[in-house]
Structure formats: structure tokens, C-alpha cells
Design a protein around this ligand. Structure first.
Ligand SMILES: *Cc1c(COP(=O)(O)O)cnc(C)c1O
Length: 353
């Protein structure tokens, strides 16, 4: 059976919007899209008076080569958030289907499901925040069409073992699409599961340029999946998702010097993560620093609310994650520059003094 049989029948059957740029491009005189003939101020040769390529080939190829897949297996959108939304809309019938998640985890999966009126099946992570594959499989119902797995997980920082992903993909074959969110993979030693896409047509992988690639403001994220899934999502994606200046910045980041810069910063983050984990664990009001493979640390405090407020009054904003399951005493602290991290430690030493 094709993985597309899991998708909504009306989406498979619909006639997608056909934009001017999709139907024809590359002429000398372009009079088919009601664009202005004049470039705007500050255009720098980008040609922003024209609608952009819906999926620029140069960007698809740069991302495919970065992630080790074929360009036909890449969908580029406005952050991986857009891909999450497209997946839920394509696979979940409102009021009937469901997604499965493992709290505490990234909030957008459940938000996108609620927008689509899809149910959310929650299978909590174990007390040590690892994925319980047996519990997850036992909790699945026929309504579950998408299973989201986040590795390293936000906000806890732990990895899901490669073998567990394989086991899940196998067990879900013909039943559900397994969506592995690797937003923080670059900060870990884990090998991406994107290499498994050719073997499992029900496996999709989310990647983003927002974290390790320093482009959160540019909104470029990718879904890596088999060609059929990519083709299905392209049918429901708005016609011109990627602004030209954003594509330009992404290509610069993915150039040889851009990649060298990103690698340098990833190294700093990894060193600082180790340093911060040790320094925080030694503070008297800290109960636990969760082991992290990402660019943040989840830290449990005796009095997280007070720490949050004291950091705020020192001008330091961290993420209050106390509303997440099993993290009622925790804050999530992103790794910053060495100087910014010094600031966190100094402020915390004052709190506990
Ligand atoms: C930040 C984050 C994303 C979203 O990234 P965008 O590409 O900026 O939309 C996706 N998944 C997880 C787990 C994240 O933490």
C-alpha cells in the first residue's frame, strides 16, 4: 500500500492552484503574473518585483546535499512549523483522525492538531525523559495518522535512539506516518535518520535553518520524505512561500564560508553547554540539569518561579517550562555567547547567595 492512502482522500483528489510562475517562467518579457515591471528600492538585483520560484532548485539542491537526500525528497517552507501544519492538514480529517506525541515536547504539534480539530494522543516520556516505544505502540489507535518524535527533544534535550526510530517506522508501516523532528540535530553526535527515508516510505524528517544555522528570522525549514509525500504537500502549500531575500540569505548560509561559520558556532555552543551544565549543577538551589544534546539546558530548581523573576530583573529572559508535564520545577536556558552565559551564572550566584 502507498503511504498516500493514509492521507485525506479529498486532498489526494483536489486540483491544486496553478500559479503563473508554475505554469511558465524564464521568458524575456514576463507579462503573465500582473507584477510590476520595476524593481523596488533596495532590491540589490534580487528582482523582488517578481513572484519568487515556489521551490528554488538551487536551495533544494543545497539542502538535499546538506541533509543527504535527493532534492525531490525535500519540501522547503516557512520554518519547519509550516511543514508540521501541512502534514496535519494533509493527513488528519477534522473530528476523526489524531496525532500522537510524547510530552513534555515541542508545543506546535498539538497546536497544529487543535487548529485542524484532530485529536492528540499523549504518551508521556519515561521519568528519565526517554521514549518508551512499547508504550507508544500500545497507545496507538486506528485514528492516529501522524506520530511525532522529537530528537533531541525540546525542552528536555534527550535523544531518541536510531534503533527506536527504525522499530517505530516498521511498526507503523501502513498505519501512520512517523515524523521525526531533528531541529537540534546539529548540536548532537546523532546521525540523522534522513538516511532511512528510502527504506521506510512512512518516515518523514523535519529540519530547520532556525537554530544551528542562525536564520530564525529568515523562516526556512525543510521536510524530508519520500517523493509522494512531498508532492502531496506541495498541492496544499500556498503558491509562493519563500521570499526572495530569505532564499538569498539561506544560500549564503549554506555556502562554503557560511558552513564553516556555522560549524564554528556549533562548537562554541557544545563547549558552553558542557561548561554551563557543570556550573549550574554545582549551584545550591539547582536540583538537576537534564543532560542535553541541543543548544539549551532544562534545569530544575528548588524555586523555579523565584529564579525566573530574579533572572528577569537582571535583564535575562529564559523560558519558563513549568507548565510542561513532569517539568513543574524547570526553566529552559538557551546557550548564548560565553559572555551571556557568564551573565546567567553571575545572576544565579546572586540569587543563591
Ligand atoms: C524551534 C523548533 C522548530 C521550529 O523551527 P522553525 O523552522 O523555526 O519553524 C521545530 N521543532 C522544534 C522541536 C523546535 O524546537
Amino acid at each position: 500500500m502507498s503511504v498516500l492512502e493514509l492521507a485525506r482522500a479529498e486532498i489526494r483528489a483536489m486540483q491544486p492552484y496553478s500559479s503563473a510562475r508554475m505554469e511558465a517562467g524564464g521568458g524575456k518579457i514576463m507579462l503573465n503574473a500582473n507584477e510590476s515591471a520595476w524593481a523596488p528600492p533596495g532590491d540589490h538585483g534580487l528582482g523582488c518585483n517578481r513572484y519568487p520560484d515556489p521551490q528554488p532548485q538551487a536551495l533544494l539542491e543545497a539542502l538535499a546535499s546538506l541533509y543527504g537526500v535527493r532534492s525531490s525528497q525535500v519540501l522547503v517552507g516557512r520554518g519547519s512549523d509550516e511543514a508540521i501544519d501541512l502534514l496535519v492538514r494533509a493527513f488528519c480529517r477534522a473530528g476523526e483522525d489524531a496525532i500522537a506525541i510524547q510530552p513534555p515536547t515541542f508545543g506546535m504539534y498539538a497546536v497544529c492538531a487543535r487548529i485542524q480539530n484532530a485529536a492528540v494522543v499523549e504518551v508521556p516520556l519515561s521519568p528519565s525523559f526517554t521514549l518508551d516505544v512499547d508504550a507508544l505502540l500500545a497507545a496507538l489507535t486506528p485514528a492516529v495518522k501522524l506520530v511525532f518524535v522529537c530528537t533531541p527533544n525540546n525542552p528536555t534535550g534527550q535523544l531518541v535512539a536510531h534503533d527506536d526510530v527504525v522499530r517505530l517506522a516498521q511498526a507503523l508501516a501502513g498505519r501512520a506516518l512517523l515524523v521525526v523532528d531533528e531541529a537540534y540535530n546539529e548540536f548532537s553526535d546523532a546521525i540523522s535518520v534522513a538516511g532511512l527515508i528510502d527504506r521506510h516510505d512512512n518516515l518523514a524528517v523535519l529540519r530547520t535553518l532556525s537554530k544551528a544555522w542562525a536564520l530564525a528570522g529568515v523562516r526556512i525549514g525543510s521536510l524530508l520524505a519520500n517523493e509522494e509525500v512531498i508532492g502531496l504537500l506541495r498541492r496544499i502549500m500556498p503558491p509562493y512561500p519563500l521570499p526572495l531575500p530569505c532564499v538569498d540569505l539561506a544560500l549564503q548560509a549554506l555556502s562554503e564560508p557560511g558552513q564553516a561559520k556555522a560549524r564554528e558556532h556549533i562548537q562554541v555552543v557544545r563547549q558552553q553547554r558542557q561548561r554551563m551544565a557543570a556550573a549550574l549543577a554545582a549551584l545550591p538551589g539547582v536540583r538537576q540539569v537534564l543532560p542535553s544534546h541541543a543548544n539549551f539546558l532544562a534545569v530544575r530548581f528548588d524555586d523555579a518561579a523565584a529564579v525566573y523573576q530574579r533572572l528577569l530583573s537582571a535583564g535575562i529572559v529564559v523560558r519558563d517550562v513549568r507548565r510542561y508535564a513532569q517539568l513543574g520545577d524547570a526553566l529552559r536556558i538557551t546557550i548564548g555567547t560565553p559572555e551571556e552565559n557568564d551573565g546567567v551564572l553571575t545572576a544565579l550566584q546572586d540569587v543563591f547567595a
